[in-house]
Design a protein around this ligand. Structure first.
Ligand code: FCB
Length: 441
């Protein structure tokens, strides 16, 4: 793959080339201008939750430095930007009054991006749920769905005609499983039953929100973003093969079947037994609203093993600073499968990127591994398109180094380096490569 050459000319003229960020990871200003606390603010306060004991109080200080950051986006030469709105910034408790100062922040951001001709792809929930709603049970509580619907309608009413798409949730699997089953993300719970309640309410609130936003008469494309990857059995041992089937069900089919077929896969429901999602009559029809796009976040492939955990170094491929194998073919394979099994109207790669240990030396950041990762995954996207898959967008994760959740600031995914002591931004060589690629070179 590493000798693959691909250029912008191989893609349609209107292909969306972007970078992505999320509110909590970059904004900082955690209590400014009336913002309420999110579940991530609360989670960071508990010792041991974040690897470097950091928090999102300042992050990239994007709340103050957004004009400079828009300059970076513009300098890169992308035509699209994917970002999220912080719900507690615009509705501090997730239920009551709207915070006009919070909306004003996004209003100016959207105006500035529009002035530069950059398409805006807005996510409503990239994980920073208002903490006040967690106190009502968070996503495990059905009550939260109606609050999310109301928030979605308010945002769509104000900004829906100015942005180029609206995504309800980013990665429901991560929210539900890492938060409610594994307990390594907020709310730090360890219960499969609660996790499956969260899955169901995330999907249900997606359907409710899409339906209600369309009710405003908006034609803005609406959809959802899932974290997906191909899963292989670690060996041909029948137990590993069986494990990989159920893992695929738990990670991919549970979400895709509900969203695109209006049903939960029976083998997964049987496997979950008493922990299965709490479906009420009509829920699945609500979940299966038509999606104008499906956003796919792809980082690596996975292996399922019924015995010892899979050893990532055994593939011989490069492993990133997250411990994730670099496997571009997995993206081609995944896109082809989604198209074949579910036919979403449009597929967008909404996140793809890699963390490596970068250093600024004499004002330069030489990051050949990230550059190769980017180049090879763009080529992998193209390979899927060459096989007839309707892919229309590629967003690199991320515009700049930021708060990488429970890993804190130690894991750097940015195309732009951020010195967190000074907030100085420096284009890495991967950013310069992307810029050149976008210029058609
Ligand atoms: C994804 C998240 C994104 C970022 C990347 C590395 O799961 O959506 O915010 O943290 O992983």
């Amino acid at each position: 793959m590493s000798n693959m050459t691909v250029s912008r000319d191989h893609f349609p003229k209107d292909f969306k080339w972007g970078v992505a960020t999320s509110s909590f990871q970059i904004e900082g200003a955690h209590d400014r201008d009336g913002k309420g606390p999110s579940i991530w603010d609360a989670f960071c306060e508990i010792d041991g939750n974040i690897a470097d004991a950091s928090n999102g109080h300042v992050a990239c200080d994007h709340y103050a430095r957004w004009p400079e950051d828009i300059e970076l986006i513009s300098r890169l030469g992308v035509n699209a930007y994917r970002f999220s709105m912080s719900w507690p910034r615009v509705q501090p408790d997730g239920q009551g009054t709207w915070n006009e100062a919070g909306f004003a922040f996004y209003d100016q951001l959207i105006s500035a991006l529009a002035a530069r001709g950059i398409e805006m792809h807005l996510t409503l929930n990239h994980w920073d749920l208002p903490q006040a709603l967690q106190e009502k049970g968070g996503w495990a509580s059905r009550e939260v769905c109606a609050h999310f619907e109301r928030y979605a309608v308010e945002v769509a009413r104000r900004f829906g005609h100015r942005v180029h798409s609206i995504c309800t949730h980013n990665e429901p699997w991560v929210i539900a499983i890492l938060g409610y089953e594994q307990g390594i993300f907020p709310p730090g719970m360890q219960s499969r039953k609660q996790a499956m309640r969260a899955v169901h309410h995330l999907l249900l609130s997606h359907g409710m929100a899409v339906k209600a936003m369309r009710g405003l008469g908006l034609t803005t494309p609406m959809g959802i973003v899932l974290n997906l990857s191909p899963i292989y059995p670690a060996s041909d041992d029948p137990q590993d093969v069986a494990k990989s089937k159920i893992d695929d069900g738990l990670i991919l089919r549970l979400y895709m079947d509900a969203l695109f077929k209006g049903e939960y896969p029976q083998d997964v429901i049987d496997h979950l037994g008493d922990d299965a999602p709490p479906v009420q009559p009509g829920d699945l029809a609500t979940i299966a609203q038509h999606n104008d796009f499906l956003g796919v976040n792809y980082y690596t492939r996975n292996f399922s093993s019924s015995g010892n955990p899979w050893d990532v170094s055994s593939t011989g491929n490069t492993v990133t600073d997250m411990g994730w194998e670099v496997y571009p073919q997995g993206l081609t394979e995944l896109l082809c499968r989604l198209h074949h099994d579910y036919q979403p109207e449009r597929l967008w790669v909404t996140e793809n990127g890699s963390a490596f240990k970068d250093q600024v030396i004499d004002g330069e950041v030489n990051d050949p591994q990230r550059l190769e990762y980017l180049r090879d995954h763009i080529a992998a996207t193209h390979q899927a398109m060459a096989q007839g898959v309707p892919v229309e967008a590629y967003f690199a994760w991320s515009l700049m180094d930021n708060f990488e959740w429970a890993s804190g600031y130690a894991k750097r995914f940015g195309l732009v380096h951020v010195d967190f002591a000074t907030q100085k931004r420096t284009f890495k060589n991967s950013a310069l490569w992307y810029q050149n690629f976008l210029l058609g070179n």
